[in-house]
Design a protein around this ligand. Structure first.
Ligand SMILES: NC(=O)c1ccc[n+]([C@@H]2O[C@H](COP(=O)([O-])OP(=O)(O)OC[C@H]3O[C@@H](n4cnc5c(N)ncnc54)[C@H](OP(=O)(O)O)[C@@H]3O)[C@@H](O)[C@H]2O)c1
Length: 288
């Protein structure tokens, strides 16, 4: 079985490639220089022939939420046309396509965890482009899985906990929003879930690849402070999204349900706090 991972040099991609190879899979890891997924001819050339790859996992994306507001056409090309190109190639070759998506496809105004088949109604440009990518994959005729994740952190990037860890060390105090709620998710756990979905030959559909439970950014930052050996009472203050304006709107309630995993007997990722405690040494270094 040959697997191809596109966007392989990114935060999730690096962990995914390493874990798949550690399981003995033959993995072709390509990033923009080796395969630009927006180049339809190049994608078809590399992946369109039967036998060229058994599984294609697309981790390439425009992930800068704020800059997508001003550069939506470019974000659309990467997040929607790119998956469309890959899906067309997979439909021709017979490869299984795994498309990584996001909580930002939902409006975030709910009070119950979003279901896998709830209405997509993104608030901003990034979510619109990712939702379009989902539909391109769904309507392609390929054998597809969509795995939505959120609040992702990993060793090979500069995710929220690394930034907060740096600010806590440099300034000794940060104010963090209390009114946005989600599920911090470790790339290592998401990688493991993707591998388990493929091993289980999961039926084509959407699945949620997020930690269980939920917290606010404020609560997550308190957990980060504890991991750094700091007292969260002294170091983490409260603020609101309204006081901390950013160019792109953020969903207030970004909690995803895991019913589709339960339905096929695949265990969801564990509770966000327990998983953060396991991840912290790799993400923020020294721990308490
Ligand atoms: N990070 C999060 O909090 C989060 C939350 C929800 C969902 N997600 C989703 O999770 C997935 C992985 O996210 P991530 O944070 O690991 O992303 P990332 O670190 O930004 O990695 C994306 C990779 O795609 C590459 N790329 C850019 N344009 C490309 C092109 N035209 N062709 C091929 N590759 C290209 C990037 O290369 P360059 O560096 O050269 O641009 C980068 O290596 C994405 O689908 C994202 O939407 C992420």
């Amino acid at each position: 079985m040959t697997w191809t991972v596109t966007g392989a040099a990114g935060m999730l991609g690096q962990d995914l490639v390493a874990a798949a190879r550690a399981q003995g899979h033959e993995v072709v890891a390509v990033d923009r220089d080796e395969l630009d997924i927006t180049d339809a001819a190049a994608v078809m050339d590399m992946l369109g022939e039967p036998g060229s790859s058994d599984v294609v996992i697309n981790v390439a994306a425009w992930t800068q939420v704020d800059s997508a507001e001003e550069r939506e056409p470019m974000a659309f090309t990467l997040n929607a046309v790119g998956p469309q190109n890959l899906a067309a190639a997979c439909a021709r070759s017979g490869a299984r396509l795994v498309q990584i998506s996001t909580d930002y496809v939902f409006p975030g105004d709910g009070a119950e965890p979003y279901g896998e088949n709830d209405l997509l109604a993104p608030l901003g440009a990034y979510g619109r482009t990712k939702a379009a990518g989902e539909w391109a994959v769904r309507s392609s005729g390929a054998d597809w899985l969509i795995v939505r994740t959120a609040w992702l952190y990993g060793e090979h990037g500069t995710p929220f906990p690394k930034t907060m860890g740096r600010l806590l060390r440099e300034r000794g105090h940060v104010d963090v929003v209390t009114d946005q709620v989600g599920q911090p998710t470790w790339t290592v756990d998401l990688t493991d879930l993707i591998l388990r979905l493929l091993a289980a030959n999961a039926p084509s559909g959407a699945y949620h690849g997020t930690s269980s439970g939920q917290c606010s950014w404020y609560e997550f930052t308190r957990a980060i402070a504890v991991s750094l050996g700091l007292d969260p009472e002294d170091t983490v203050g409260r603020t609101t999204a309204a006081a901390f304006k950013r160019p792109a709107p953020r969903p207030a309630y970004s909690v995803l349900g895991h019913d589709a995993l339960a339905a096929i007997g695949v265990a969801p990722i564990g509770d966000w706090r327990e998983r953060w405690e396991a991840a912290a040494p790799a993400i923020v270094g020294e721990t308490a």
